[in-house]
Design a protein around this ligand. Structure first.
Ligand code: AVJ
Ligand code: FE
Length: 439
């Protein structure tokens, strides 16, 4: 039965790698070569850098580390090393031109699938090898989300198209605004999920007091009330670095919003449209989320609270893989995988709700949490320090849940994302919480 597990891991790896490559191809074939080479924002790499970096990481881990092969093109390693060159610098590097980058990534993939097929199914090394394939599929999907952000920042007419998500279910308007999550012990993180990354490990116990959490992510309509109440003009709601960012940049609304003819418009992948009041707010910084919460008399949930709301099953006391249970994400559970290029209305996806009725924890928008990105007790860097360890500390805030741009291979109840609290171009929104001790 061990062999069967490994065989199914192999099948999953093949499927995850193929899904990722199809998405990479879609994101890099919808614009011309000039646009692939261009830098659309100093915050982002040229798309063609992401493309060859995806291939280079795959070569490093699957061909060189797992299979012990020689470097195919040792001279390009430094160009595609994210730590050697910050994003702003990447357009001036000697990048492989689009056709060559595609050829390189395809050649690496051909060899990697060969390795996947031949790798012995017995022996301890396989577990690490199987992890490496999952890690590389997740890595490619993470860059596919990064490339989608580049598309969102790009000027000019739409290059990407997708059908909208389904309308909100009938009960969305009648949902309670918040849900009480009972305090007590709960298991955070995982030691058993095969493709969980180092920062999600190990499973450990945490104790949280009772707290209330929003049933759905904060929607544009509610965020507009903060704006109309002078939220961006009132220093009381802001942490000092956030207030400085508001002042320095004249912020009055989420990124991509614009006021015209008495209404708020937003631009999404090249198309301008009115802001929808029932849609989760998107493209706000951690400081904006934090200021909104303070204005509302609430706060952001901690990362522990978020994970308890998403994974704790009060009936069994067990932590599950997803809010809906242990089953892999299906389209009825969550808005994932760039199937729709926008969040679904707040209150959507009743089939994906937690046992306590919290909705849209996974998919739609990344959710800012109150927490800094820190290691769990017992953390061990794997397979390399630069994946997570070098980012631990107070510079980064944790985001949870995954956006509409995330593939299911790179999202779990335990999955942790992180970014600088000033970032607004990422597909991030939030929900709020409050202590229950006074109630
Ligand atoms: C986990 C999304 C913060 O994009 O910097 C990609 C993922 N790590 N290549 C990032 C990642 C290496 C990472 N985030
Ligand atoms: Fe990377």
């Amino acid at each position: 039965e061990h062999a069967t597990d490994l065989e199914s891991l192999r099948k999953r790896a093949l499927e995850a790698l193929t899904t990722a490559r199809d998405r990479t191809a879609a994101l890099t074939s919808c614009v011309d070569d000039r646009e692939l080479m261009a830098q659309h924002s100093p915050l982002m790499s040229p798309l063609v850098w992401d493309l060859a970096h995806i291939g280079n990481q795959e070569e490093l881990w699957l061909l060189r580390a797992v299979a012990g092969r020689e470097a195919m093109r040792p001279e390009i390693d430094s160009v595609y090393d994210a730590f050697e060159h910050p994003r702003a610098e990447r357009p001036s590097l000697p990048l492989l031109p689009p056709a060559e980058a595609r050829r390189y990534a395809a050649e690496v993939r051909g060899r990697a699938l060969d390795v996947l097929e031949r790798i012995p199914l017995h022996g301890t090394r396989l577990t690490d090898a199987a992890f490496a394939f999952g890690m590389i599929a997740q890595h490619e999907q993470q860059h596919d989300e990064t490339m989608l952000i580049t598309h969102q920042l790009r000027k000019g007419p739409a290059a990407l198209h997708a059908p909208p998500p389904p309308a909100a279910p009938a009960d969305a308007a009648a949902l309670p605004s918040e849900v009480l999550v009972p305090g007590g012990p709960f298991t955070m993180g995982t030691s058993t999920e095969p493709w969980a990354l180092d920062n999600e490990r190990p499973a450990h116990h945490r104790l949280v007091p009772d707290f209330w959490i929003d049933t759905v992510p904060v929607a544009n309509g509610r965020y507009l009330r903060f704006m109309e109440d002078g939220g961006y003009q009132d220093e009381r709601w802001w942490q000092s670095e956030g207030w400085a960012q508001v002042q320095a940049n004249g912020l009055i609304a989420p990124l991509f919003w614009r006021r015209e003819g008495g209404q708020w418009l937003t631009r999404r992948f090249g198309v301008t449209e009115p802001v929808r009041l029932d849609e989760p707010v998107l493209h706000v910084s951690w400081y904006e989320a934090d200021a909104y919460a303070r204005w509302a008399g609430r706060r952001l949930p901690t990362e522990t609270e978020w994970e308890k709301a998403a994974r704790h099953d009060p009936a069994t006391g067990r932590s599950r893989r997803y809010p809906w249970g242990d089953a892999d994400p299906a389209p009825e559970h969550a808005n994932l995988g760039q199937r729709h290029l926008r969040p679904a209305p707040a209150g959507s996806y009743p089939a994906g709700q937690s046992p306590l009725g919290v909705r849209q924890l996974v998919g739609d928008v990344w959710e800012w949490t109150a927490s800094d990105f820190l290691p769990y007790p017992g953390f061990a860097a794997f397979p390399y320090r630069e994946y997570s360890e070098v980012f631990f500390g107070s510079d980064y805030k944790v985001l949870r849940g995954g956006s509409f741009a995330v593939d299911r291979v790179a999202c779990r109840g335990t999955f942790r994302n992180w970014d600088y609290p000033i970032r607004r171009q990422i597909f991030a929104g939030f929900r709020t919480a409050r202590d229950a001790r006074d109630v």
